[in-house]
Ligand binder design. Structure first.
Ligand SMILES: O=P(O)(O)OC[C@H]1O[C@H](OP(=O)(O)OP(=O)(O)O)[C@H](O)[C@@H]1O
Ligand code: HPA
Ligand SMILES: [Mg+2]
Length: 184
């Protein structure tokens, strides 16, 4: 599906593929500068961060390794339950490593806040966060995030990895969902 063929489920395009690509190249240059000469482990948070991880990793020059963690707090709804479940843990021991968590979105912040304390307790050398999107007006906890792509309004968004009930992750852009889709 492209931007001209959104169907009736989507209300508007918030960020085009071109805007997302350009932002990830910009973030990658900053991350390269920060980790020059060091080994970096990217930890992608499944499933939403798959697209960001794939495109950010390819924009980096720094040698990286990848690992994945799967957590879920949203289920099939549009509100975080606040209860974070580990669906898949890391395959690697991160003790002594430079770790960069890669996220698609920080909404309430509950997922990341929980992840930071969970991964932080495993004694990485450093632990930072890169997220494509953040909703400042939805924050329920304050989190220190080093790299942020875009601050967006407090609306439910889909595309570029982000889902509603597991759909729309493959849209190449980020859009807002029409309220009728989720009963709004
Ligand atoms: O800041 P928060 O309010 O915690 O929301 C952000 C988290 O919610 C989404 O994941 P979700 O739990 O829906 O799993 P998914 O990535 O598999 O869609 C998203 O990918 C973030 O990980
Ligand atoms: O706005 C959102 N869209 C999709 N998934 C999400 N997970 C947290 N916030 C969102
Ligand atoms: Mg989700």
């Amino acid at each position: 599906m492209n931007e001209k063929d959104m169907g009736t489920d989507l209300q508007s395009v918030l960020l085009t593929k071109e805007e997302i690509d350009a932002k990830l190249v910009e973030l990658a240059a900053k991350i390269d500068a920060e980790y020059a000469g060091r080994d970096l482990l990217l930890v992608g948070v499944l499933k939403g961060a798959v697209m960001v991880m794939a495109d950010l990793a390819r924009a980096l020059s720094t040698p990286i390794t990848m690992d994945w963690m799967a957590v879920s707090s949203y289920g099939a709804g549009t509100q975080s339950s606040g209860v974070v479940r580990i669906l898949k843990d890391l395959d690697t021991d991160i003790k002594g490593k430079h770790v960069l968590i890669v996220e698609d979105i920080i909404d309430s912040g509950l997922t990341l806040s929980w992840l930071l304390s969970n991964l932080g307790s495993r004694e990485p050398e450093s632990l930072e966060v890169c997220t494509l999107l953040r909703k400042p007006d939805a924050a329920k906890v304050a989190i220190d995030v080093k790299w942020i792509g875009f601050d967006i309004p407090n609306e439910f968004v889909v595309g570029y990895g982000l889902d509603y009930a597991e759909k729309y992750r493959n849209l190449p852009f980020v859009g807002t969902l029409a309220p009728h889709v989720y009963g709004g």
